[in-house]
Design a protein around this ligand. Structure first.
Ligand code: KG4
Ligand code: ZN
Length: 347
């Protein structure tokens, strides 16, 4: 059996994984920096870079221990080269270069968003293609067509905040904590999604980009109108606002997926990225797929949030395509994961 080492350090999780060629995950160690960033209610890039540098050797040793393997057993090393935070990316890429050089192994730079898509193929194996893939995280909100050869075509993306970022900002406004997604998700389950109004994002140029900054502004207006009511973090107003916001975010995401399906036939619907952990989105996504007679593939929570197993999985795909990088591999903070753009049109 051949094994590939995956390294992920693009944002605030330091992760190293070992994934076999048959898709089995031998190790997937994730060291979260939530403790470091929590006091600031958001990721502080400078702190993230330093924490990666400090944590990565121990994460590597634990991954090798969990896998019961050593570097000589690896066939290649895949590392996230972008998009992400500059200082954070550099830690992973330089660590990967050191290992590749020391052991004489091939090095493969991987796109982080492509990794989120690969997580679905890692988990489910065969997925009927072409498919539509919605990747929603703290940094990205993208809708892709996945071609038969697994190339990604961009249909639409966010023109401002990412969906997860909007969750994190609402949580910050309500003084709930970081990361906000899971906190809002939990509160929303006990709230009334019809209490607060959130209008659908609309652009004068007719663009079908995703947009979440308007929802954030609408939420802050609701809070400003009655600040007293929002003091209790478990109060009715907070729960109802969480539920109304969550319903609006999911409605907006699924509206675009529906348009994508109207535009071009797909064989399956894929959902990945950290926000794929959201309970309401998972249920609604399944329901949409069912109403269209399509199978839904949703990554499990462990493979939805940032992890290196997905980077190793994408590394395997590229390895089989013959991709190899040199030791001068550079990081690219705004690397694109798609081969072509075919923007959504109103149908
Ligand atoms: O994919 P990920 O780990 O990192 C990025 O690539 O950004 O996603 C993290 C994001 C955070 O914004 C977090 O609040 C959000 O995913 N998230 C959620 C949930 N769990 C994590 N958002 C909504 N509901 C959740 N249950
Ligand atoms: Zn991510």
């Amino acid at each position: 059996m051949r094994y590939l080492l995956g390294i992920e350090s693009s944002c605030d999780d330091t992760s190293i994984a070992v994934v076999a060629e048959d898709r089995s995950i031998l190790a997937n160690v994730v060291s979260s920096q939530v403790q470091e960033h929590a006091p600031y209610l958001g990721v502080v890039p400078e702190l993230a870079g330093r924490a990666h540098l400090k944590n990565i050797p121990a994460v590597y040793r634990k991954a090798m221990d969990d896998a019961g393997l050593s570097l000589e057993n690896m066939t290649a090393i895949a590392v996230t080269a972008g998009p992400g935070l500059a200082g954070s990316l550099m830690v992973g890429v330089n660590f990967a270069k050191g290992l590749a050089m020391g052991a004489g192994l091939p090095l493969i730079g991987v796109n982080h968003i492509g990794g989120h898509v690969a997580a679905l193929f890692l988990e489910y194996g065969e997925i009927p293609l072409p498919a539509l893939a919605l990747i929603v995280s703290g940094g990205h909100t993208h809708l892709f067509r996945v071609r038969e050869n697994r190339e990604l075509v961009l249909l639409t993306k966010s023109r401002d905040d990412a969906a997860g970022e909007a969750y994190d900002k609402l949580s910050k406004m309500l003084g709930l904590g970081f990361p906000g997604g899971p906190l809002i998700d939990r509160l929303a389950r006990r709230g009334n999604p019809k209490r607060y109004a959130f209008s659908k994002p609309k652009f004068s140029d007719g663009s079908l980009d995703f947009s979440f900054s308007g929802m954030k502004t609408a939420a802050s207006r609701h809070i400003e109108r009655d600040p007293e009511a929002f003091r209790d973090p478990d109060g009715e107003a907070v729960r109802d606002l969480a539920a109304s916001f969550q319903a609006a975010v999911c409605r907006h995401l699924l509206d675009r997926v529906s348009l994508g399906l109207d535009q071009d036939a797909a064989q399956a619907l894929l959902l990945g990225g950290g926000v794929a952990c959201n309970s309401h989105l998972r249920t609604e996504f399944e329901a949409l797929a069912q109403s269209r007679g399509l199978p839904a593939f949703i990554s499990s929570p462990k493979l939805s949030t940032d992890n290196a197993a997905m980077i190793a999985a994408e590394g395997w795909r590229l390895f089989h395509l013959g991709r190899r990088d040199e030791l001068d591999l550079v990081t690219d903070v705004s690397a694109k994961p798609y081969a072509a753009v075919d923007l959504l049109r109103k149908t």
